[in-house]
Write a protein that binds this ligand. Structure first.
Ligand SMILES: Nc1ncnc2c1ncn2[C@@H]1O[C@H](COP(=O)(O)OP(=O)(O)OP(=O)(O)O)[C@@H](O)[C@H]1O
Length: 233
């Protein structure tokens, strides 16, 4: 069932068009890869779907409601509760430990300190970095930081995770390890993922792939259709 829908989205930056009429659906529990060449509008689409950017025209429907017309406060509340966001560089808070970073979304949602810490450590464990609970990002590798950032993005069990090149800064082995865990956890809790990537081997993890070109949908296919390196997964 479609829970998030873009209808004819148009967005420009000044005179530069980024989206020129994009329509797509994200089903419940679906992993949707958004691919296409640099500058085709992938990140702009993700930001519009997540309610970070407002489109100039068109609609973003979240469970049938016009998300694009909501106030900034209502949209940021949605991003703290039902949506999760994950970027290429995890953007952990440098002053906080791994456990404090992962606990942050729970504290913002009103969870008590002790419970938030316990839940955060459980999530760090899930991503194989429980031993880093009391370590700050500056003392972690890029892969360890991204595992923590991924745990933080999922800790509230969002309905949709928006991930923009989440493994783009990692070497391919580390990237695949992070992605494998991300996909497994998302499937377990039926979190949909909108996964922006320009790498076919990353898109191959998705159920479906939407390819943009010059701000419009070029084609849609099964993620499985993407070329696979190594022949299987
Ligand atoms: N903040 C901005 N100001 C001006 N132009 C922008 C801005 N962000 C994006 N653009 C332009 O909008 C178009 C779409 O950019 P967008 O970042 O959405 O594409 P993308 O497919 O995610 O690219 P990439 O794969 O390189 O990250 C491009 O022409 C880009 O130069």
């Amino acid at each position: 069932m479609s829970q998030l829908r873009a209808l004819d989205l148009v967005r420009s930056y000044g005179r530069t068009p980024a989206l020129r009429g994009v329509t797509l659906d994200v089903d419940e529990g679906e992993i949707l890869a958004v691919t296409g060449p640099s500058g085709c509008g992938k990140s702009t689409l993700l930001h519009c779907l997540a309610g970070i950017l407002r489109p100039d025209a068109g609609q973003v429907l979240w469970r049938g409601e016009r998300l694009d017309t909501w106030s900034e406060a209502a949209r940021s509340k949605l991003r703290r509760t039902e949506f999760g966001v994950l970027f290429q560089f995890g953007q952990l808070v440098a002053e906080l430990t791994a456990a404090e970073n992962v606990a942050l979304p729970l504290l913002l949602a009103g969870t008590g300190r002790r419970e938030a810490r316990e839940t955060a450590v459980t999530w760090l464990h899930r991503f194989g970095v429980a031993e880093l609970a009391d370590v700050r990002p500056g003392e972690m590798s890029g892969g360890q930081q991204q595992r923590c950032a991924t745990a933080r993005a999922l800790v509230t069990s969002p309905r949709v995770l928006f991930a923009d090149e989440p493994t783009g800064a990692l070497d391919s082995l580390t990237g695949e390890e992070v992605l494998t865990t991300l996909v497994r956890v998302a499937r377990e809790q039926r979190t949909s993922i909108v996964l922006v990537t320009h790498e076919p081997r990353i898109a191959a993890y998705a159920d479906r792939e939407v390819t943009l070109r010059d701000g419009t949908v070029d084609h849609t296919g099964l993620g499985l259709d993407a070329p696979l390196i190594g022949g299987d997964r």
